[in-house]
Design a protein around this ligand. Structure first.
Ligand code: ZN
Length: 420
């Protein structure tokens, strides 16, 4: 179909672009200085050879040159040595009782030098699959075979997680407050604590989410694809679908990207559930990324085609009532086809929900009671059908930058319904 199939740029072009990126943004891959007290007795031991020269080249292109020293590093108030697999806590805020709130961090420091990969989940406290993905990655990584460091925050919104809530106790959405402000609202303070103590240490970030409120997502990566580096990062994950977007202001992904830290979101499934297939795909994606960028030994593996969407839209219902979907995640749709219907339970008035264009169902609501304007289907738009082969990268999830001629209203991706 019209999707763009994994067409990596030529090696030469990529190399030149990467060198420029590395020069412009250096040091992307820099460990904090290793002070004399942090170096183990006897000085630095020459690290064993890296698992794969090819993978190391790739990591250097994306993440910058390896750190010159690799030893004990200070992190979250602790000394973390090569080979350590341990836990620490981000002290984020005061609870109502005046006690500290601690956000758990899982840390693996490899025996070999390399970048720091961060994994965050549970920014929305009811989105559970990512919590399990981070746990499984942490359990599965062997520090003896790891080049670099993996930091996982399985439950960023610990308040929401305890209450099975997407939000913080004051109904604020933590994922609108990054990078945060230590003197701001409760949400802003939590965001600042996480961002300053953890995120700024990362050379790359994967933030895990699911659909929100009775909606579900086809497994997909979201990233700012105007960056070649992020396109490469997103495709290396191998989720199958990649969707362009900057992310709404205040999301962890956007704040990290704007701070120069390559960040992607893995979206899959629905909230309040642990979904085995989505979890397995997420764990596989992280490990594939780690192999692609030299953090683990590379293995020969087939690269599945990635469908890359530079534009996506929500299709909304125009009437209130009982919404019944007639589509499933992953369906290909044609403009004008019926996607579902809404029936008024009192008047029996029925209206159809039509596809406004060709595309691919990448997210959708389950059948439920809805009000007019409810976002029912998230459609990845076939590039050739609407925007031509080289799209100009409009912001698909920023209402302010939504194309004026869009068939749908400019609030098509408002904060409430955007599933990040
Ligand atoms: Zn979310």
């Amino acid at each position: 179909m019209g999707t763009r199939e994994h067409d990596h740029r030529s090696r030469t072009t990529w190399l030149v672009a990467s060198v420029l990126v590395v020069c412009a943004a250096a040091p992307l891959y820099a460990e904090p200085p290793v002070g004399p007290a942090a170096v183990p007795e006897g000085g630095e031991v020459a690290p064993p050879p890296l698992p794969s020269a090819a993978a190391t080249d790739s990591a250097a292109e994306i993440l910058g040159p390896p750190a010159p020293l690799w030893g004990v590093t200070k992190f979250l108030g602790r000394d973390i040595a090569p080979g350590d697999k341990t836990q620490a806590f981000v002290v984020a805020s005061e609870s109502f009782a005046g006690t500290s709130v601690e956000i758990p961090a899982l840390i693996v420091r490899g025996d070999h030098p390399g970048p720091t990969l961060c994994l965050t989940a549970g920014v929305h406290g009811d989105e559970l699959s990512g919590v399990e993905i981070v746990r499984e990655v942490f359990v599965g990584v062997n520090p003896r075979e790891l080049s670099g460091m993996v930091i996982g925050l399985p439950v960023v919104n610990i308040h929401g997680f305890r209450r099975s809530s997407r939000y913080l106790p004051d109904r604020r959405d933590l994922n609108r407050y990054f990078p945060g402000n230590p003197d701001g609202s409760s949400a802003s303070r939590i965001a600042a604590a996480v961002f300053e103590s953890v995120i700024r240490r990362c050379n790359a970030l994967v933030d895990f989410h699911t659909g929100s409120f009775h909606r579900t997502n086809l497994p997909q990566i979201r990233a700012d694809l105007s960056s070649d580096r992020l396109l490469e990062f997103a495709e290396s994950f191998g989720a199958g679908v990649v969707v362009h977007g900057y992310g709404p202001q205040g999301t962890l992904r956007r704040a990290a990207t704007e701070a120069g830290i390559p960040a992607i979101t893995y979206e899959a499934g629905e909230p309040m559930r642990f979904q085995r297939d989505d979890i397995a795909r997420g764990v596989d994606g992280v490990r594939r990324f780690m192999r692609a960028f030299g953090m683990e030994a590379a293995v020969e593996e087939p690269t599945a085609p990635q469908h890359v969407y530079y534009q996506s839209r929500w299709v909304r219902v125009n009437d209130g009532g009982i919404f019944i979907t007639e589509r499933a995640l992953g369906d290909r749709i044609r403009g004008g086809e019926v996607l579902g219907s809404v029936v008024d339970p009192i008047s029996n008035h029925r209206s159809e929900v039509y596809a406004p264009f060709d595309g691919h169902v990448i997210g959708m609501a389950f059948s439920q009671v809805v009000i007019p304007g409810f976002a029912a289907f998230h459609i990845g738009i076939e590039p050739l059908a609407t925007v031509g082969p080289e799209p100009e990268l409009p912001a698909t999830d920023s209402p302010a930058a939504a194309p004026a001629e869009a068939a749908l209203s400019a609030d098509q991706l408002d904060a409430e319904e955007h599933p990040e």
